[in-house]
Design a protein around this ligand. Structure first.
Ligand SMILES: Nc1ncnc2c1ncn2[C@@H]1O[C@H](COP(=O)(O)OP(=O)(O)OP(=O)(O)O)[C@@H](O)[C@H]1O
Ligand SMILES: [Mg+2]
Length: 147
């Protein structure tokens, strides 16, 4: 029987992202997508998990030094954490505002810097938490509910 509140972790995997590495940018979200497909997670949930994972991954590539990602899947949710070492975010409310971005010209030329990543992560996930310490790093914690 599948209980809506069943948070027993059935699958857990850790990933590493390197800041500044555009060669491998997007590879962690791709791996997560593959895993969710193999586990037969509903397509709409995979699509939402991908928006969240890709935006979080690209923020690490653009702004942080490195990041540990954890993916945990239970019958009730897909849970992801992104724990980075980096500059942190001095004003989280501002960073969460649509259109706010500190992206450089080079980053904008690569198509980033609309200032929509963090607001979209929040909108797309069912639970979103951000914690940041200036000079240390930023942690994102997200749930996508399955049932
Ligand atoms: N992991 C992070 N470490 C440090 N700063 C971050 C991090 N993630 C986001 N920020 C800061 O928050 C701002 C807003 O992030 P957000 O993802 O919303 O927009 P963006 O990355 O600038 O543009 P877009 O995501 O639309 O390409 C960034 O410009 C950056 O200043
Ligand atoms: Mg972004």
């Amino acid at each position: 029987m599948k209980l809506a509140s069943d948070e027993t972790v059935l699958f857990k995997k850790a990933f590493h992202i390197e800041g500044g590495n555009f060669q491998s940018a997007g590879s962690v979200s791709k791996q997560i997508k593959r895993i969710l497909k193999q586990l037969n997670i509903d397509g709409e949930l995979i699509w939402r998990a991908m928006i969240v994972a890709y935006e979080a991954e690209m923020n690490v590539v653009l702004y942080a030094h490195q990041c540990e990602v954890t993916l945990e899947i239970s019958p009730s949710k897909v849970h992801m954490t992104f724990e980075d070492e980096g500059p942190g975010i001095p004003d989280v409310a501002l960073a969460m505002t649509e259109g706010y971005s500190t992206a450089t010209r080079e980053m904008r030329e690569r198509g980033f810097g609309a200032g929509l990543g963090l607001p979209n992560i929040k909108k797309t996930s069912d639970q979103f938490e951000i914690n940041t310490v200036v000079g240390k790093g930023t942690t994102l914690d997200m749930d996508i509910m399955i049932a």
